[in-house]
Design a protein around this ligand. Sequence first.
Ligand SMILES: Nc1ncnc2c1ncn2[C@@H]1O[C@H](COP(=O)(O)OP(=O)(O)O)[C@@H](O)[C@H]1O
Ligand SMILES: [Mg+2]
Length: 374
Amino acid sequence: MALIEFEHVFKRYAGSTSAAVDDLNLHIETGEFLTLLGPSGSGKTTTLMLLAGFEAPSSGAIRLDGKAIESLPPHHRNMGVVFQSYSLFPHMTVAENVGFPLSVRKVPPSQITDKVTAALAKVHLENFTHRKPNQLSGGQQQRVALARALVFEPRLVLMDEPLSALDKKLREEMQLEIRRLHRELGVTMVFVTHDQSEAMTLSDRVAVFNQGRIEQLASPQELYDSPANPFVANFLGDNNMINCTLEPGPDAGSGAQTAGVKTSGGQTLQARISAATTGAESSAVRLCVRPEFLQVAAQRTALTTPNCIDGTLIDLIHQGDHWRLVARLGGVGTNQASELPQWFAKISPGALPGGLVVGQNLCLGFRPEDAWIF
Ligand SMILES: Nc1ncnc2c1ncn2[C@@H]1O[C@H](COP(=O)(O)OP(=O)(O)O)[C@@H](O)[C@H]1O
Ligand SMILES: [Mg+2]
């Protein structure tokens, strides 16, 4: 049995016309690290608040260990919560902040000291017990918030963008720290972020949110390698797209893995069929290729890939570990240059053809197995 089950959960805030959470169905397994990933306003925080009990669903069921919890108040749910802003009590010391959930739960003071010391040791802050929050860095304050969420040994730890106020280097350090804690403590964690790389670093599974719904729920690798639709393909990693029509091909059920599409400029390309590929011939589809899967060459004959699409080089940028090539696709059926789609390629320094100049014609190549039809 899943630890948590959301079944057909809707949340409509008073005075709002659309649902913040729209028919959510989600199972959270014991011990997993689950991330809710999505753009701002997609319903991530609302989902977390429903789980913590700070908001009530408009309809639907939320179960913990198979038992309905919609009417259970937050402090009876045994969940630790860490918010984006540090939300420490400014007048309390670190030790008092971390001990607070225990005093609220009427734990005897003699046990509180030991539990607080143990929780602070988990986040490497055992020497900071007497400091006040304003005597700590942002990263240290978030560690205190984490210790406070862990101190009563909750079943679940919920975190809402806890690292977003930190600078990049500290954020990456804290990500590794949270990974370590999850591994060592084995506690179930539900983490909210809009940062795809953070989600990929931390998670066993990621639920990609869009407009109050889950677009796809899978491991980071599966989301990246087999996105269910263009939204997921665009939200995780970079993506190039072009509108095409589906070519006549093998019948459904023939086991074919790829199909042909035609660009409006008449070029034919082969790509993988996804579950979301529209079946009918001549139907409008989109072809998507990640920039790291593109090869570039001045001449088609220099490419090793079956697919090739023509373009004009419009920019070439050195980005340290790779080159970013920007190309405007040619021959795709519109006369206005500004409307032609632009693609970009990430090329490792060793694979960049010599002598490229902005304005020249270019071939962009890719393997059918590296592109998707949606
Ligand atoms: N307290 C509230 N009252 C009314 N609308 C809200 C409230 N909180 C969030 N919303 C709306 O619900 C939607 C989802 O918000 P939220 O769950 O905060 O998204 P996220 O955390 O993904 O940014 C948004 O359209 C937001 O404006
Ligand atoms: Mg939010």
